[in-house]
Design a protein around this ligand. Structure first.
Ligand code: HEM
Length: 151
Protein backbone atom coordinates (compact mmCIF):
# COMPACT_ATOMS: atom_id res chain seq x y z
CA UNK A 1 0.00 0.00 0.00
CA UNK A 2 1.29 3.40 -0.94
CA UNK A 3 -1.24 5.28 1.11
CA UNK A 4 0.15 8.82 1.03
CA UNK A 5 1.00 8.87 -2.71
CA UNK A 6 -2.46 7.42 -3.43
CA UNK A 7 -4.16 10.10 -1.31
CA UNK A 8 -2.00 12.82 -2.91
CA UNK A 9 -2.88 11.66 -6.43
CA UNK A 10 -6.58 11.46 -5.56
CA UNK A 11 -6.45 15.00 -4.14
CA UNK A 12 -4.96 16.34 -7.41
CA UNK A 13 -7.70 14.59 -9.40
CA UNK A 14 -10.42 15.89 -7.05
CA UNK A 15 -8.98 19.41 -7.20
CA UNK A 16 -8.87 19.38 -11.03
CA UNK A 17 -12.46 18.09 -11.10
CA UNK A 18 -13.57 21.07 -8.97
CA UNK A 19 -11.67 23.43 -11.30
CA UNK A 20 -13.24 21.85 -14.39
CA UNK A 21 -16.78 22.22 -13.00
CA UNK A 22 -15.91 25.70 -11.64
CA UNK A 23 -14.93 26.81 -15.14
CA UNK A 24 -18.10 25.30 -16.60
CA UNK A 25 -20.23 27.23 -14.10
CA UNK A 26 -18.64 30.64 -14.77
CA UNK A 27 -19.21 30.07 -18.50
CA UNK A 28 -22.89 29.53 -17.59
CA UNK A 29 -22.80 32.76 -15.55
CA UNK A 30 -23.13 31.07 -12.16
CA UNK A 31 -20.69 33.24 -10.21
CA UNK A 32 -21.55 31.96 -6.72
CA UNK A 33 -21.15 28.31 -7.77
CA UNK A 34 -17.91 29.18 -9.59
CA UNK A 35 -16.55 30.81 -6.43
CA UNK A 36 -17.54 27.86 -4.23
CA UNK A 37 -16.14 25.18 -6.56
CA UNK A 38 -12.87 27.06 -7.17
CA UNK A 39 -12.35 27.52 -3.42
CA UNK A 40 -12.89 23.77 -2.91
CA UNK A 41 -10.42 23.16 -5.76
CA UNK A 42 -7.88 25.46 -4.12
CA UNK A 43 -8.43 23.83 -0.69
CA UNK A 44 -7.85 20.30 -2.01
CA UNK A 45 -4.77 21.52 -3.92
CA UNK A 46 -3.44 23.09 -0.70
CA UNK A 47 -4.06 19.85 1.23
CA UNK A 48 -2.24 17.92 -1.51
CA UNK A 49 0.69 20.34 -1.29
CA UNK A 50 0.97 20.07 2.52
CA UNK A 51 0.86 16.25 2.42
CA UNK A 52 3.37 16.16 -0.43
CA UNK A 53 5.86 18.46 1.33
CA UNK A 54 5.39 16.57 4.64
CA UNK A 55 6.02 13.25 2.92
CA UNK A 56 9.07 14.61 1.07
CA UNK A 57 10.63 15.80 4.34
CA UNK A 58 9.73 12.96 6.72
CA UNK A 59 9.15 9.87 4.55
CA UNK A 60 10.96 10.75 1.35
CA UNK A 61 10.63 10.61 -2.40
CA UNK A 62 10.54 7.28 -4.17
CA UNK A 63 12.95 6.63 -7.00
CA UNK A 64 11.82 4.98 -10.24
CA UNK A 65 11.90 1.18 -9.95
CA UNK A 66 11.21 0.34 -13.61
CA UNK A 67 13.59 -0.68 -16.42
CA UNK A 68 16.76 1.39 -16.97
CA UNK A 69 15.95 2.03 -20.65
CA UNK A 70 12.86 4.15 -19.82
CA UNK A 71 14.27 5.82 -16.70
CA UNK A 72 15.43 8.96 -18.56
CA UNK A 73 12.05 9.33 -20.30
CA UNK A 74 10.34 8.93 -16.89
CA UNK A 75 12.57 11.59 -15.29
CA UNK A 76 11.90 14.08 -18.14
CA UNK A 77 8.15 13.42 -17.82
CA UNK A 78 8.35 13.84 -14.02
CA UNK A 79 10.23 17.13 -14.44
CA UNK A 80 7.54 18.43 -16.85
CA UNK A 81 4.84 17.42 -14.36
CA UNK A 82 6.62 19.14 -11.45
CA UNK A 83 7.22 22.35 -13.45
CA UNK A 84 3.58 22.37 -14.60
CA UNK A 85 2.29 21.82 -11.04
CA UNK A 86 4.59 24.49 -9.54
CA UNK A 87 3.69 27.09 -12.20
CA UNK A 88 -0.02 26.27 -11.80
CA UNK A 89 0.33 26.70 -8.02
CA UNK A 90 1.89 30.17 -8.36
CA UNK A 91 -0.67 31.16 -11.01
CA UNK A 92 -3.41 29.84 -8.69
CA UNK A 93 -2.36 32.20 -5.88
CA UNK A 94 -2.32 35.18 -8.30
CA UNK A 95 -5.72 34.11 -9.73
CA UNK A 96 -7.23 33.98 -6.24
CA UNK A 97 -5.71 37.33 -5.23
CA UNK A 98 -7.21 38.99 -8.33
CA UNK A 99 -10.61 37.44 -7.49
CA UNK A 100 -10.51 38.50 -3.81
CA UNK A 101 -9.60 42.05 -4.85
CA UNK A 102 -12.37 42.11 -7.48
CA UNK A 103 -9.93 42.58 -10.38
CA UNK A 104 -12.06 40.29 -12.51
CA UNK A 105 -10.68 41.22 -15.96
CA UNK A 106 -7.17 40.19 -14.83
CA UNK A 107 -8.62 37.25 -12.91
CA UNK A 108 -10.39 35.98 -16.01
CA UNK A 109 -7.25 36.28 -18.19
CA UNK A 110 -4.84 34.51 -15.82
CA UNK A 111 -7.56 32.17 -14.51
CA UNK A 112 -7.82 30.49 -17.91
CA UNK A 113 -4.10 29.70 -17.88
CA UNK A 114 -4.30 28.47 -14.27
CA UNK A 115 -7.24 26.21 -15.05
CA UNK A 116 -5.63 24.74 -18.21
CA UNK A 117 -2.34 24.08 -16.38
CA UNK A 118 -4.10 22.46 -13.43
CA UNK A 119 -6.21 20.33 -15.76
CA UNK A 120 -2.95 19.10 -17.33
CA UNK A 121 -1.19 18.64 -13.99
CA UNK A 122 -3.79 16.12 -12.80
CA UNK A 123 -3.54 13.57 -15.66
CA UNK A 124 0.27 13.86 -15.81
CA UNK A 125 0.31 13.27 -12.03
CA UNK A 126 -1.78 10.13 -12.48
CA UNK A 127 0.68 8.88 -15.15
CA UNK A 128 3.62 9.49 -12.76
CA UNK A 129 1.75 7.61 -9.99
CA UNK A 130 0.98 4.65 -12.30
CA UNK A 131 4.60 4.45 -13.54
CA UNK A 132 6.02 4.75 -10.02
CA UNK A 133 3.72 2.47 -8.02
CA UNK A 134 1.42 0.43 -10.27
CA UNK A 135 3.33 -0.63 -13.38
CA UNK A 136 6.66 -1.18 -11.60
CA UNK A 137 7.65 -1.70 -7.96
CA UNK A 138 8.82 1.63 -6.48
CA UNK A 139 12.55 2.08 -5.84
CA UNK A 140 14.17 3.41 -2.65
CA UNK A 141 12.43 6.02 -0.50
CA UNK A 142 14.71 8.39 1.39
CA UNK A 143 13.59 11.40 3.45
CA UNK A 144 15.08 14.78 2.53
CA UNK A 145 15.71 15.41 6.24
CA UNK A 146 18.04 12.36 6.34
CA UNK A 147 19.98 13.69 3.37
CA UNK A 148 20.28 17.17 4.95
CA UNK A 149 21.34 15.85 8.37
CA UNK A 150 23.61 13.21 6.85
CA UNK A 151 21.76 10.39 8.68
C1 HEM B 1 -7.88 29.28 -8.33
C2 HEM B 1 -9.20 29.45 -8.38
C3 HEM B 1 -9.91 30.04 -9.59
C4 HEM B 1 -9.72 29.78 -10.92
C5 HEM B 1 -8.72 28.81 -11.55
C6 HEM B 1 -10.66 30.59 -11.65
C7 HEM B 1 -10.79 30.60 -13.03
C8 HEM B 1 -11.60 31.46 -13.74
C9 HEM B 1 -11.72 31.49 -15.18
C10 HEM B 1 -10.97 30.53 -16.12
C11 HEM B 1 -12.57 32.46 -15.51
C12 HEM B 1 -12.96 32.91 -16.93
C13 HEM B 1 -13.92 31.93 -17.60
C14 HEM B 1 -13.94 32.22 -19.09
O1 HEM B 1 -14.52 33.22 -19.50
O2 HEM B 1 -13.35 31.40 -19.85
C15 HEM B 1 -13.05 33.08 -14.28
C16 HEM B 1 -13.96 34.12 -14.20
C17 HEM B 1 -14.46 34.62 -13.03
N1 HEM B 1 -14.11 34.24 -11.75
FE1 HEM B 1 -12.81 32.80 -11.27
N2 HEM B 1 -11.41 31.32 -10.76
C18 HEM B 1 -10.99 31.01 -9.49
C19 HEM B 1 -11.49 31.52 -8.31
C20 HEM B 1 -12.47 32.51 -8.21
C21 HEM B 1 -12.99 33.07 -6.97
C22 HEM B 1 -12.54 32.64 -5.57
C23 HEM B 1 -13.92 33.99 -7.32
C24 HEM B 1 -14.76 34.87 -6.40
C25 HEM B 1 -14.28 35.58 -5.40
C26 HEM B 1 -13.99 34.07 -8.74
C27 HEM B 1 -14.81 34.90 -9.47
C28 HEM B 1 -14.88 34.98 -10.86
C29 HEM B 1 -15.72 35.89 -11.61
C30 HEM B 1 -16.70 36.88 -11.01
C31 HEM B 1 -15.45 35.66 -12.97
C32 HEM B 1 -16.11 36.36 -14.16
C33 HEM B 1 -15.23 37.51 -14.59
C34 HEM B 1 -15.82 38.23 -15.76
O3 HEM B 1 -16.58 37.65 -16.54
O4 HEM B 1 -15.47 39.40 -15.90
N3 HEM B 1 -13.11 33.13 -9.26
N4 HEM B 1 -12.43 32.43 -13.22
Amino acid sequence: MHLLPTICTLLIVISATFVGFGWYHILKGNRATHRKLMLWGAASALLFFLLYVGRTIFVGNTSFGGPENIKTAYLIFLLCHIMLATTAGVFGIVTLLHAFNARFAKHKKIGRWTAVMWLLTAPTGVVVYVLLYIMYPGGDTKPVIDAIMGW
